[in-house]
Design a protein around this ligand. Structure first.
Ligand code: IMP
Length: 210
């Protein structure tokens, strides 16, 4: 698994952290980049945005989709450490649709399509998932997942991006869109996934800036 070096200093064991200078966050979605930048700030992790479309395989496994995206990003960016995010909304009443096909569904039927499809559907439960894949070198890749359970709203509320106007996280009465950037970032699926990544990163890696 982890290429974790350890050396003994006196009687104390010291974990050797791997140095990473630039960490590319590869996405064509600026909203994702902004959210992730804010989530990683308190951990002292800096990311550099690379606007690049990546290979998305057909799989129902979102972790695998993210992992393959990260491998593609790693080879495109000259073996520089990379971070990618694959997200989707999994609706219970539709057996998980749109899930890994959330981008396609958004572009085709759109949010209005979902409101229409769910008219009269009583079970409105859904899960918003982010899978983060981190590829630091040619031999390792690590995946972290964040999930938020919630419900699909009966109409569009608020005006943020993607599925934010129709997703109401459990225990809240507002959609992600109504919560605004700060409110959403405090509880979101993306926050959970990237916090898990950040804790792992700070334990095993360090960043030094020129
Ligand atoms: P992907 O991760 O870029 O494949 O995103 C799949 C779809 O979900 C796209 O339509 C995104 O706009 C949307 N999406 C991803 N994350 C979020 C989010 O946090 N809020 C709202 N929509 C999202």
């Amino acid at each position: 698994m982890m290429n974790q070096g350890a050396s003994a200093v006196g009687n104390k064991k010291r974990t050797v952290k791997h140095l990473i200078r630039k960490l590319y966050f590869v996405t064509t979605n600026r909203n994702k980049f902004r959210e992730v930048q804010e989530i990683l700030k308190p951990f002292g992790i800096r990311i550099t945005h690379k606007n690049q479309d990546l290979l998305e395989i057909q799989s129902r496994n979102i972790d695998l989709v993210a992992q393959v995206k990260a491998r593609d990003a790693y080879s495109r960016f000259m073996m520089n450490p990379v971070l990618v995010d694959d997200s989707g909304v999994f609706i219970d009443a539709f057996s998980g649709f749109p899930g890994v096909n959330s981008a396609y569904a958004y572009k085709t039927i759109g949010l209005d399509g979902f409101i229409r499809l769910m008219k009269g559907v009583r079970d409105r439960r859904a899960v918003f998932v982010t899978s983060v894949a981190f590829k630091p070198d040619s031999t390792h890749d690590f995946v972290f997942r964040g999930e938020v359970h919630g419900a699909i709203a009966k109409r569009l509320v608020g005006t943020r991006w993607g599925y934010d106007p129709i997703f109401i996280p459990k225990g809240h009465s507002k959609t992600y869109a109504e919560m605004g950037a700060v409110g959403k970032n405090a509880i979101s699926h993306r926050k959970k996934a990237f916090e898990a990544f950040a804790r792992f990163f700070n334990e095993h890696y360090c960043q030094r800036f020129k």
